[in-house]
Design a protein around this ligand. Structure first.
Ligand SMILES: Cc1ncc(COP(=O)(O)O)c(C=O)c1O
Length: 542
């Protein structure tokens, strides 16, 4: 850790975009607005603090207040106590913790969310009518624009390539778009390699990064000539045993990252299960060299959904320094450095996005400053990424329909999607913005939970969320930013059938690129002959 961060630094790290926040209202349990923080230059820090702690679930209770206080320093409430009187937000949050109070805090923006692109918005009622809901919808134009933006941000680096993380959205229609934009495929399993082959990726277009890898997948990756990225020093021997061959001419190793960088999804370095430790990296490159490997790559993935450019730049700096140390100690000239995936996207309407152009420039500055180009002009040649979320995430949404509007301890909007269609809110408490179509410009001033039919209480797409009043059965709702790690994480618990996918083209026409699952699909692996439900039994001889 460097010097202790100041309050100002901490607040800046929240990466909330105060430009789109009109004010934050703090509302007591009776629904009265008790406190308003307007967006003025003198209140912007408070605004960011409240917007940040609100953004998870609109609630400031002791837990959320503590999280807010955490942002001021390592000592949580103790630090807040030390700072008492220095900042009104600290006092307010410390009071909440002390008195165990609960407030709703509502971020008011001039618009409910980043507007859905017009051609997609227009197509949505028709998509719902034609294919039914819930359904995952993607915007082809948006995806193409982001591919271009990413390539352009790194066009200074000869050989730059993003290997799209297939796990983020494993649909060949989308992978084919990536391929058109020169992307490769980052694959973590044999089925992901097969999908990439199916769209015409070949050999080193595919990078195979897996962990706890089965022998059969080492064999498959080797057979098709994918770049092999080993996750552990023992995998050198595991790979040779599995493939009955020596190491390939090109090998890459995944660096675990021993610095404390990283965030809660990927885990802090002490808990991270992935990659080789620093010392093991040097040993691994020595072994590979001795075994006749001629081409080398270095890889890492230290953070996930990271929107702080400082963290992303720091990761690049760590990797460039490691490349230099490797050159000095082992004489290895790296052909590429893969900086992994993990570039974050704004899920909340007031979040800032990562400016890819600025990130590209920042990494170029580091690259130049650290003299990463050797005397031969190519060392260490290429920069790779394997981003998924930033490419497709903001360009997907789930279209769902209101089913039961209910009043229990809380108000519920029961919808036809469940956590089985979008797992992130249930497992990570992730925020996905919800827009009721046709009510985009209404006041978002009523609090609801948006729930599904799964027998799990965490089956809630939104918890204590401000939405317009009057949402009815059959109303369409769009759940935003579901284009990555959305459909890919669908599951079948409670006999839920996984939803289909639709691609909206730039001219507003659309195609179903994956049909909805049927009960027959769900039960296709069962073997129960003689049932009146014929599909439950496989034909023994057919
Ligand atoms: C090794 C690896 N690479 C790339 C990714 C893609 O990350 P993102 O979609 O956040 O860019 C992941 C995500 O889990 C990963 O584990």
């Amino acid at each position: 850790m460097g010097d202790k961060a100041t309050l100002g630094d901490r607040v800046d790290e929240l990466l909330i975009n105060p430009d789109v926040i009109e004010r934050v209202d703090i509302i007591d349990s009776s629904g009265k607005v008790q406190y308003t923080v307007p967006n003025s230059p003198t209140t912007q820090k408070s605004l960011q603090i409240y917007a940040y702690i609100t953004s998870n679930e609109s609630m400031i209770g002791p837990g959320e207040a503590r999280t807010g206080l955490e942002k001021y320093g390592e000592e949580l409430v103790i630090e807040a106590d030390l700072n008492r009187g220095k900042h009104p937000s600290i006092d307010f949050l410390a009071d909440i913790v002390e008195k165990d109070q609960k407030f709703h805090s509502h971020v008011v923006t001039p618009y409910s969310a980043k507007p859905i692109p017009e051609h997609v918005r227009k197509a949505m009622p028709e998509i719902a009518k034609k294919f039914g809901t819930p359904i995952h919808v993607y915007d082809e134009q948006g995806i193409r624009n982001t591919c271009k933006e990413f390539n352009s941000a790194f066009s200074w680096n000869k050989g730059f390539r993003n290997f799209f993380a297939v796990k983020a959205c494993p649909n060949p229609s989308l992978l084919a778009i990536m391929k058109e934009h020169g992307f490769g495929a980052d694959c973590s399993s044999a089925p992901e390699l097969s999908l990439s082959l199916a769209v015409g990726m070949r050999g080193e277009d595919m990078m195979f990064t897996s962990n706890d890898t089965p022998d059969s997948e080492f064999q498959y990756a080797r057979d098709i000539g994918a770049i092999i990225n080993l996750d552990d020093i023992t995998h050198i021997e595991a790979y040779k045993r599995a493939t009955k061959r020596g190491l390939p001419k090109l090998i890459c190793f995944r660096y675990a990252g021993e610095e404390s960088e990283g965030n809660s999804i990927i885990g802090n370095s002490a808990e991270r299960k992935y990659g080789l430790l620093r010392k093991q990296i040097f040993d691994a490159f020595e072994i590979a060299k001795a075994e006749g490997v001629e081409r080398f790559g270095l890889h890492t993935m230290m953070a996930s959904n990271e929107r702080n450019p400082r963290t992303l730049l720091r990761q690049a700096e760590i990797m460039f320094k490691l490349a230099q140390d490797l050159k000095v100690q082992t004489g290895v000239d790296l052909e590429f450095i893969n900086l992994g995936g993990g570039i974050g996207t704004p899920y909340k309407p007031w979040d800032r996005s990562v400016d890819l152009k600025e990130l590209g420039e920042g990494i170029k500055n580091l690259y130049d400053k650290m003299k990463m180009i050797g005397p031969d002009g190519v060392y260490p040649g290429k920069i790779f990424f394997e981003c998924g979320r930033v490419i497709t995430g903001p360009h997907g949404l789930v279209l769902t329909e209101g089913r039961h509007i209910m009043q229990k301890h809380r108000k519920y909007i029961g919808v036809d999607m469940t956590m089985a269609d979008l797992m992130r809110p249930g497992i990570y408490g992730a925020y996905h913005h919800v827009t009721p179509l046709g009510k985009e410009t209404e006041e978002y001033d009523h609090i609801y939970d948006v729930s599904g039919s799964l027998c799990e209480n965490c089956d809630k797409t939104a918890v204590q969320r401000f939405l317009p009043a009057g949402i009815k059965r059959k109303d369409l709702l769009a759940v935003h930013n579901t284009g990555a790690h959305g459909r890919a994480m669908c599951f079948n618990y409670n006999g839920k059938l996984r939803s289909g996918e639709v691609l909206v083209h730039p001219d507003g026409s659309f195609d179903m690129i994956r049909r909805h699952e049927t009960e027959k699909d769900l039960n296709a692996t069962l073997d129960f002959p003689g049932s009146k439900y014929a599909y439950l039994g496989r034909k023994k001889n057919g």
